[in-house]
Ligand binder design. Structure first.
Ligand code: ADP
Ligand code: ZN
Ligand code: MG
Length: 491
């Protein structure tokens, strides 16, 4: 990152950043918010359109019930209070990708308010970041600058996205560092993914974030003037953009200048933000209530129906998994990274004798192999039944850890599930004690020094002997038998 060299550590320490985030999330409805056009991404331009989402005069919007349910579900997951009555409003501005000349959004009576997300702080504690509001609105179209014949002279408009349902989630200015902003966004995305109302795919624009930031002298109550950084397309870049912007603002103030309230763009290649438009050029949206839509009423009964679909959320799930399976918080974090992974793990854990072993297996043997092949858990050749079976086989001593690794490798090579590969390979365990005993005698004979150490009380040398036998048998000796026989011989 490029930062100004003259922001001294001392100067930086005199200021405190204040950050508030506005996040837009596209809802996974099949059809748009006010018409029955498809919301599918990546279709040929202007094929998913109709008079309503093209903004034809006289076309009337009809609210998509599913989009309301998704928005309410998200609001509940974010601890918001859902208002029984909310009002759609027209947000008026001119832009080529906005055919009606206004966006239908919500203004002074949003769908939901007063939520929060809990984030972890550096000290190991946690902190609640307030959510001011969550409202429903329609997306605009998209300007295309490339990918068509006369792109050098013209900009084209694709209105497939026009009218796709969005929720906007506005945070309180409770975030006090770029790291906290990153954490807030990570939690937010995780929670939304768990509810299933969006895929939160940033590359496809399903999740977009605008970051508001100001600095103030430490101890001062009043906020400084903020700038808004727009169109940053990854959480990492948002953190970088905020880091840059905070230093830039401190530099301006230290030099005796003033921050002008403006919208800025982040250039990730340079690691810098640039002024895009100032407050004077800012829009006056002339909001007014949308006359073509009734007030939105979400009564207690409907709310209760939606609440039933609220899944166990990541934080609660991690805590329960730690309790239930005796795994560490770190392990629970890995295993709940996505709802699907957590679901799959719990399926295997329920089917196996020792859930903790399943947790270890998934992490140390399964996830790495999936990652190496670029596969998601849903695409794993080894099913959760397979994982459970393999865990039980190791647990009972029927196969060694080494054999398990080999079998997993074969599963991935052949794209076959564990039970099939295990059945075919039928790894021969050496359970013949006389054969193992013979090997033990040999190992003892050629390692007199270790034997002496063991007999002098250094019991950890046992591991060395076990290792030697397993190596000699290519991992196929029954580990329990090896241990028993070794103890007997060494004593
Ligand atoms: P605007 O009227 O410019 O849209 P809002 O009050 O609606 O500003 O706030 C937009 C976002 O900016 C919110 O997330 C809010 O928390 C954040 N915000 C407001 N004031 C500040 C400030 N002084 N510094 C940083 N963020 C701020
Ligand atoms: Zn339409
Ligand atoms: Mg605002």
């Amino acid at each position: 990152m490029v930062t100004s060299p003259d922001t001294s550590v001392a100067a930086r320490a005199r200021y405190e950043p204040v950050i508030g985030l506005e996040v837009h999330v596209q809802l996974l409805t099949v059809t748009k918010i006010f018409c029955s056009c498809s919301t599918r991404f990546g279709e040929p331009p202007n094929t998913n359109v109709c008079p309503v989402c093209l903004g034809m005069p006289g076309a009337l919007p009809v609210l998509n019930r599913k989009s309301v349910e998704f928005a309410v579900l998200a609001a509940m997951a974010l601890n918001c209070r859902v208002n029984e009555t909310s009002i759609f409003a027209r947000k008026n501005y001119f832009y080529p990708d906005l055919p009606k000349g206004y966006q239908i959004s919500q203004y002074d009576k949003p769908l939901a308010e007063f939520g929060f997300i809990e984030i972890k702080t550096n000290g190991g504690g946690s902190k609640k970041i307030g959510i001011t509001r969550l409202h429903l609105e329609e997306d605009a179209g998209k300007s295309l600058h490339e990918g068509f014949p006369d792109a050098a002279e013209k900009t084209a408009i694709d209105l497939n996205r026009s009218g796709v349902p969005l929720i906007e989630i506005v945070s309180e200015p409770d975030i006090s560092s770029p790291d906290e902003a990153y954490d807030y966004l990570t939690r937010l995305k995780e929670i939304i993914l768990y509810t299933g109302v969006s895929d939160c795919n940033m590359e496809e624009g399903s999740l977009r974030c605008d970051a508001n930031v100001s600095v103030r002298p430490r101890g001062q109550k009043q906020f400084g003037t903020k700038t808004e950084v727009k169109n940053v397309n990854s959480f990492r870049f948002i953190r970088q953009a905020l880091e840059y912007e905070i230093e830039r603002q401190i530099d301006v103030l230290e030099a005796g200048g003033m921050i002008s309230q403006e919208t800025r763009l982040y250039n990730a290649n340079q690691g810098k933000t640039y002024a895009m438009r100032s407050k004077e050029q800012a829009h006056d949206y002339r909001y007014f209530p949308e006359p073509d839509l009734l007030p939105l009423v979400v009564d207690e009964k409907w709310k209760a129906q939606i609440a039933e679909r609220l899944p166990e959320l990541p934080e609660a799930r991690r805590a329960r998994m730690v309790r239930e399976y005796g795994i560490t918080e770190y392990d629970a974090g890995v295993l709940t990274a996505t709802k699907n992974l957590a679901d799959q793990f719990e399926e295997a854990a329920a089917a196996a004798k020792n859930p903790k072993r399943v947790a270890n297996l998934v992490q140390s043997e399964l996830l790495g192999r999936l990652k190496a092949k670029g596969l998601e858990i849903e695409q794993s050749p080894i099913s959760m039944k397979g994982v459970a079976l393999s865990a039980d086989l190791v647990e009972s001593g029927a196969i060694s850890g080494k054999i398990l690794k080999d079998l997993y490798d074969l599963c991935f090579e052949r794209n076959q599930d564990f039970p099939a590969v295990y059945g075919k390979e039928k790894p021969q365990q050496i359970t013949d004690s006389s054969a193992i005993e013979k090997m033990i005698d040999e190992v003892i004979a050629i390692n007199p020094r270790q034997v002496e150490q063991y007999r002098a009380g250094k019991k950890t040398v046992m591991g060395f002997f076990v290792g030697q036998i397993m190596k000699a048998t290519n991992g196929q000796a029954n580990p329990k038998l090896v241990n028993d026989l070794l103890s007997k011989k060494l004593e």
